[in-house]
Each structure stands twice: as C-alpha cells, then as structure tokens.
Design a protein around this ligand. Structure first.
Ligand code: FAD
Length: 465
C-alpha cells in the first residue's frame, strides 16, 4: 500500500472517531496547532483531531497505531521546549474538548477534571468551594491541566505545595495502542504496588495521552501576606529565605528572585509601576498564604524586621491589599510581555543546588558577557525551588542559532551538578542537552521504558529521547 493510501484510510478512520467537523487538514489546520512558545517548528502534520471524550481519543490513537502513524498530544500550546509541535506526517491530537470539571468533592479535598481544562478554570472552581488549587504559572489562562501534568509543571508555589506531581491523586491515560488505562485513584495513600501514574507525569506525551485526572485541592487559603524586598546580593537572599522559613514555620508560599537586569527591564518595557527603586542588585517577592492573612500579618512583618536588622534586606514594600499583592506578582508575570517584545530569545530554565545559585548566575553572566558583549540578559526565577530562568536575547544578529549561548550556559550548569530543565521539560529543544543532566544508565532505562510501552514509536515521535 502506498503512503497516500495509508493516509487516506487513516483519515477516514479518524473522521469516524471524531466526526468530520473535528478533523482538520491542509489549509484548515489552525496556526495555533503548529507552534508553541518555543522557537521549534517541527514538521508538517497530516491532520488535527479534536476528540470530545476518552473513547474518541482512544479510537484516534488506536487508528494511528494500526496505520503506523505518530500522534502528537497537544494541550494549550504554551510549552517552552517544543514538546507539542508537529512531527513530520503526524496526527495532532488536541485535548481541548475534554474540558469538563466532572466533580468536586470537598470532603476528600479533590476534583475530577478532563485533561483539556484550562488551569485558571480549575483554580477558580477550587476557590468557589473554599479550596485552593496551588499550581500557578504565567500561562494559567491558556495552559491545560493535561499539559501541566505531562510536563510536571512547577510554577510559583512549589516551595510550599510541591510540583504538579504532588497535586495528582489519579489519572486516566490512553496507551500507545489505544488501551484506556484508568488509575483514577482518590486516596492520598495507595501503596498497592508501584504507583504507575508517575510514569506519565512529566513524560511529555511520550508514554501515554492523559485524558482525565483526580486533583488534590488544599484547604485554608483565604489570602496572603506579601512583600517585595531589595537585597544586597544572593547570599542575603539565601539567608532571608532560611530566616523566613524558620520564623514562619515553613509557611513561605513563594520566594521569587529578580536580578536587577530583570527588574529594570520589566519596569522599562511595561506600564507597571516600581514599588522600590531600581538601584538594588536583587529583588525578592516573598509571600505567605494562610486562612487568616490579617492575623498572620504581625508575624510576617516581624520576620521582615528581623531581616532588616540582620542587614539582609535593604528596602521593602509590604502589600497593604490583595490589589498590591497582585501588583507585585504582575512584575514577575511581566516576563510574558518581555518575551514577546524581545523575540527571538533563548529561554533557559535550569536548576542548581540552592546554596550555589548566586555563584552560578555570576559565572554564567560573566562567561556570556565575555563571549557576546551586546547580548541582553535577564535573570529571575523560582529561586526558593533552586530554579533560575535566564532569557538571553534578542539573539538576532548576535548568535542566530543560539547554540553558542546554550553551550556556555549548559556547560556551567553541568559543572554545578544542575539540571538543564527545572520545570519546562525537554521536548525537541533540549534534546541535545539531556545527557548533561541524566547519566548513561538513566538514559538507557528511559529508552527501555519507551520501547516497552510504545514499541512502534507512535507517541510524540522524536521528542525527549
Ligand atoms: P503544551 O504546550 O500543549 O504541551 C506540552 C507537552 O505536554 C508536550 O510534550 C505535549 O505533547 C504534552 N501534552 C500536552 N497535553 C497532553 C496530554 N493531555 N497528555 C499527554 N501529553 C500531553 N512552566 C512551568 O512549569 N512553570 C512556570 O512557571 C511556567 N511559566 C510559564 C510562563 C509563560 C508566560 C509561558 C508561555 C509558559 C510557562 N511555562 C511554565 C511553560 C508551560 O506553560 C508549561 O509547560 C505548561 O505545563 C504546558 O501546558 P500546555 O497545556 O500548554 O501544554
């Protein structure tokens, strides 16, 4: 059979699975399905299928398996590693229509959702019953929970509530041959053999397609105390974090750092107003959530006073209202606007042991400035989780492929025993660097897992490994 005949048969099977209106080909393929937020472009897909339920998603995957054609799962397309861009000749599988919030169980503190639910909707649904869903990131208005699970997203509050992995109780997944694997566990404790949901969390669509999830909600978050503080340098930041965790009994819910280059740029390039002067080396956004933020206020302020007295904090703006807290967060979320203004950029998402972040940032900065004196750099990140982001660029006219810049940064991260991906995943973009963080035995086991769970290489071909 020729490729044309195989493709025609496959398209007809897909049409029966999802209906003609939910299968897009050729000029009908939306641009949004061809790109994520990375610079990766991938290949040309055969079609985009948009199933309405698990049964239809399973039928799509089974048909692709039978015809030996790859499937690329797609969430909100906000990924920064090129994980969801098309592979050549593949079927794009959008989970967007699996967007039901099926159940909220306040007694058990859980929520059952379809993979296509937008993160912000889940946060709002939890809030509507007096709970809190802690995963939060700048792309909250467009990323989907299935994409968050597939990338094991991190975001702003990992320091208190953990990564996405820590917020998933159960999963439903479609395997490479179309088998539906239901693991919709609802208990925090379930040690009846290996907890297999973890194989799929962070697997970036290479081991299974997530269709539903049971999520853990957190109680007792009615608001937060927050401050933006200016610091003399990273060592003071590390001492401040330790001091705050001790003084507040481990209740710090966010500790975001913005180096001066980031802080000055976000003020210069957005309409946001400066809560503090722009002359300081480093800024921290520190937040403590709680059931009664007014009652927590005195201990939060006492913690800050202690840090002032120790000389670790030079200046501080303490939020007097929810609106002011949001204004501080807007400075941190301003990265989205900076990215769109500076494109093309290289966006790094690395982690190194917390105590070494300051030295690592300075080593990276001086190595890049030596090699590329005109390259703009922005350092910021979820430093409380050992996670630094660096935006290098625009790289236009400086290092058009970005490869030279990446080599410098990843060599330094490797020397610090860090990770080339703290939270965004490997996708297509970071494949060349994966071996900087995972050793040969780890990579061999990953390959073995992929080969045994997807021997025909149907799921997200060419990504991660
Ligand atoms: P997509 O981009 O569509 O896909 C990502 C990967 O998951 C791909 O490999 C895809 O194949 C796979 N996938 C998607 N859905 C499924 C599914 N249902 N089943 C199986 N595989 C699937 N990330 C963070 O971790 N922390 C941050 O703080 C953060 N901040 C961001 C800020 C901005 C402004 C932007 C643009 C992105 C940010 N990201 C962050 C990256 C991105 O938002 C996350 O990786 C997010 O989890 C991706 O979700 P998505 O639905 O957009 O997935």
């Amino acid at each position: 059979m020729t490729t044309e005949m195989i493709n025609a048969r496959l398209l007809s099977a897909l049409e029966s699975a999802v209906g003609a209106g939910s299968l897009k080909t050729g000029a009908d393929l939306p641009l949004a399905a061809l790109r994520d937020w990375s610079t990766e472009r991938g290949g040309t897909p055969l079609a985009l299928a948009i199933p309405r339920d698990t049964k239809a998603a399973s039928a799509v995957i089974a048909a692709c398996h039978a015809h030996g054609v790859g499937v690329v799962p797609q969430g909100g397309m906000t990924g920064l590693a090129g994980g969801a861009v098309p592979s050549e000749g593949c079927i794009l599988l959008s989970l967007a229509a699996l967007d039901r919030i099926e159940e909220i169980d306040p007694v058990s503190g859980l929520m059952v959702v379809g993979a296509g639910c937008i993160l912000q909707r889940i946060q709002e649904a939890a809030a509507s019953v007096g709970f809190f869903f802690p995963l939060d990131l700048g792309a909250r208005g467009s990323c989907q929970i299935g994409g968050n699970i597939a990338t094991n997203a991190g975001g702003n509050r990992v320091i208190r509530y953990g990564m996405m992995r820590d917020l998933v109780l159960g999963l439903e997944v479609v395997l490479a041959d179309g088998t539906v694997l239901s693991m919709m566990n609802r208990m925090p404790k379930n040690n009846a053999a290996l907890d297999m949901k973890h194989l799929f969390i962070g697997s970036e669509g290479t081991l299974g397609v997530i269709t539903r999830a049971v999520l853990r909600m957190h109680p007792g978050v009615a608001g937060a105390n927050a401050a933006l503080v200016a610091l003399p340098g990273f060592e003071a930041a590390a001492r401040l974090l330790q001091h705050a965790q001790k003084a507040l009994s481990g209740r710090v819910s966010a500790f975001e750092l913005m180096w001066n280059d980031y802080y000055a740029s976000v003020l210069a390039e957005t309409a946001l107003r400066p809560p503090l002067g722009e002359e300081h080396p480093l800024y921290a956004l520190i937040e403590m959530q709680g059931a009664d933020p007014d009652a927590d206020r005195s201990s939060f302020e006492a913690m800050l006073e202690g840090a002032f007295e120790a000389g670790d904090v030079i200046d501080a703006a303490v939020a007097q209202s929810q609106r002011e807290t949001e204004a501080f967060w807007a400075l941190r979320d301003g990265i989205a606007e900076l990215l769109s203004r500076r494109t093309p950029t290289i966006n790094f998402d690395v982690s190194v042991p917390l105590s070494r972040i300051g030295d690592c940032v300075e080593d990276i900065r001086s190595a890049l400035q030596d090699a590329y004196p005109t390259l703009p750099l922005l350092f910021f990140g979820h430093a409380g989780d050992s996670n630094i982001h660096l935006v290098a660029g625009s790289i236009a006219g400086i290092d058009p492929t970005g490869h030279g810049i990446e080599t410098i940064v990843y060599e330094i991260v490797r020397a610090y025993s860090g990770s080339v991906s703290a939270e965004h995943g490997i996708g297509l973009h970071k494949k060349p660097w994966l071996a900087y963080t995972r050793n040969g035995n780890e990579l061999a086991l990953l390959r073995q897992l992929k080969d045994s769970m997807d021997p025909a290489g149907i799921l997200n071909p060419g990504k991660v490994l």
